[in-house]
Design a protein around this ligand. Structure first.
Ligand code: ATP
Ligand code: MG
Length: 150
């Protein structure tokens, strides 16, 4: 249904700030003239929680996580950017496969299911998900939704 993406995002940040590491700040910024979007609220929330939880888990203390929503007339971009461990070049192709974990996760726990769920939920909402990453520098995941496709 229709909902206000800014209020929705601010609520998620408030919840996730509680599980972040010491001095790990989640900074939310938004652009757009309107705030109303038509998407499945629960599916989108689950996707964003997965991405921000990863950003928290795969980056250190005293770092910033940038969370942005950019709403244009017919499209919404959702970005989650961290300055964490990044993902090795060779692992990028497998990121969305179930149970896949990159080779630099060390003793950081996980099952490798979060991103597979994100990909499937984004697909259910007719969107796409992309990843830009550099090992030891950081990672940005972007969700893209276009509203003028019927
Ligand atoms: P979980 O099922 O609990 O989410 P997970 O975090 O290991 O476990 P995914 O969220 O599916 O699984 O992520 C898959 C892999 O992609 C991770 O194991 C990690 O190697 C890599 N990854 C995902 N997000 C990031 C990130 N923000 N920074 C660095 N690596 C990441
Ligand atoms: Mg995860």
């Amino acid at each position: 249904g229709w909902f206000n993406v800014i209020a929705f995002a601010e609520e998620i940040v408030e919840e996730l700030q509680l599980i972040s590491k010491q001095n790990q700040l989640i900074v939310y910024e938004h652009t757009g003239t309107s705030a109303q979007v038509f998407l499945d609220h629960n599916l989108l929330k689950n996707c964003i929680i997965n991405l921000i939880s990863n950003a928290i888990k795969y980056s250190g203390e005293n770092t910033m996580i940038q969370f942005n929503t950019k709403l244009k007339e017919n499209e919404l971009l959702v970005e989650v950017k961290d300055n964490g461990i990044g993902i090795p070049e060779l692992d990028k192709v497998n990121l969305f496969e179930p149970f896949f974990r990159a080779h630099n996760t060390g003793d950081i726990p996980g099952t490798g299911l979060g991103l597979n769920i994100v990909k499937r939920y984004v697909g259910l909402m007719s969107g796409t998900v992309t990843c830009q990453t550099e090992q030891n520098k950081g990672t940005t995941f972007t969700l893209h939704f276009n509203f003028n496709q019927q």
